[in-house]
Design a protein around this ligand. Structure first.
Ligand code: PLP
Length: 413
């Protein structure tokens, strides 16, 4: 496979797979006929459309198999965000007399902003509990249990965090919700394809996934709705998806996702073996080579491909721009370009100190990454941090013991 190239023709070292992934060449090859000769509508009565309908059904079965679901429990959507909204709104509609949502402080905006929006929209009639996390990004199950009440309509807790990779015990949490008759949704957008998921053994009611996180294209998502769980469509229109989501299906996207799920199942061992080893080598090397660095997130309860490391007294965005010059793609929990100097809500919820949260970098790998690429990042990133620290008034002040004091460069005292 040809290596990715940047605009300048430089080889790209892509370690931003939690943002999006490369469409696998086998996935693309499976999709292409559905843009050319196989353009029929799967709902058509004629044979030409019917053959497409059969391939959509086969793809549905492949996707269901990866997560231990029945094919009829899957609804195709446009993305993870649509799946999240559909699930939470369906659960609320099923329980109109209940007004309480339980979620966490570290959800992706697809869930977090929806819950906050509902709270505002209904004049705070929808009470939202956002569970806190500890310094390692983990939830306290006793606190969770205490938050569940007679008024709780739905719990929405992510399977794995997109910034830190921390994995939550959603199956156990779903059981606790079920005992109290509460519907349970999980945003598994980052988990599907990276760790084993078997919904047949769980009582989870709704699960969201998104194609572009597992080497399928952007624009295709799935909502799993457990057989028997109450449901109301978000998009009302034609009879597609058994009346559960109107709109002509994204056929090529569905075929691509089917192939991607087949590949993910076959590569699960590699993801949890070779990719995890690469991630661990990268993480260990960075923490050893760079002083004043720290891991964000639980060391074990984590996706195999993700590491989030903070480098004190430097700015995450500056790190990314320097890495970009070497063709290295990563992301940061700091968002100065958005006009706010606030670090990510995830790192803030974890209580990561201000001086470290600003200098956080997320590196997320995939089966395409090589040891050579890890070695390149291990050579370049320490240089970048050293260079930025030379210019950082905070780094210098930290050595004089002034940060947080009367002479702190940010005038915080
Ligand atoms: N949930 C999580 C945990 C994510 O990481 C993302 C994307 O980054 C989403 C939801 C949204 O998925 P999509 O981009 O398919 O809408």
């Amino acid at each position: 496979m040809a290596p990715e190239k940047s605009e300048q023709g430089k080889k790209v070292v892509y370690m931003d797979n939690n943002a999006t992934t490369r469409v696998d060449p086998e996935v693309l090859a499976a999709m292409l006929p559905y843009y050319s000769e196989l353009y029929g509508n799967p709902s058509s009565m004629h044979t030409f459309g019917g053959q497409v309908g059969r391939e959509v059904a086969a793809a549905r079965a492949r996707i269901a198999e990866l997560i231990g679901a029945r094919p009829e429990e899957l609804i195709f959507t446009s993305c993870g965000t649509e799946s999240d909204s559909t699930a939470i709104l369906a659960a609320l509609q099923a329980n109109p007399e209940k007004r309480h949502i339980v979620t966490t402080r570290v959800e992706h905006p697809a869930v977090k902003n929806l819950c906050e929006h509902l709270d505002r929209l209904t004049g705070h009639k929808h009470r939202v509990t956002q569970l806190p996390v500890d310094r390692e990004g983990m939830l306290d199950l006793a606190q969770y249990e205490a938050a569940l009440s007679e008024d709780t309509a739905v719990v929405s807790v992510m399977w794995a965090n997109n910034e830190t990779g921390v994995i939550f015990p959603v199956e156990e949490m779903a059981r606790m919700a079920k005992e109290r008759g509460i519907l349970f949704h999980t945003d598994a957008v980052q988990a599907v394809g990276k760790i084993p998921i078997n919904l047949a053994d769980s009582v989870i009611d709704f699960l969201s996934l998104s194609g572009h996180k597992l080497h399928a294209p952007k624009g295709i998502g799935v909502l799993y709705v457990r057989k028997g769980a109450p449901f109301a469509p978000l998009i009302i229109g034609g009879h597609q998806e058994q009346g559960r989501r109107g709109g002509t299906e994204n056929v090529a996207g569905i075929i691509g996702l089917g192939k991607a799920c087949e590949l993910a199942a076959a590569r699960m061992a590699e993801e949890n073996g070779r990719v995890r080893q690469l991630r661990d080598k990268l993480e260990r090397g960075l923490l050893e080579k760079i002083p004043n660095s720290m891991l964000n997130g639980h060391p074990e309860q984590r996706l195999p491909n993700t590491t989030n490391v903070s480098f004190e007294y430097v700015e995450g965005e500056a790190i990314l721009l320097h890495l970009d010059q070497f063709g290295i793609c990563a992301s940061s929990g700091s968002a100065c370009t958005s006009g706010s100097l606030e670090p990510s809500h995830v790192l803030r919820a974890m209580g990561v100190p201000f001086t470290a949260a600003h200098g956080s970098v997320r590196l997320s790998l995939s089966v395409y990454n090589t040891e050579e690429e890890v070695d390149l990042v291990l050579a370049r990133l320490p240089e970048v941090i050293a260079k930025l620290r030379e210019m950082s008034p905070f780094w210098k002040a930290s050595h004089r013991g002034e940060v947080g004091g009367a002479n702190c460069p940010c005038a915080c005292s």
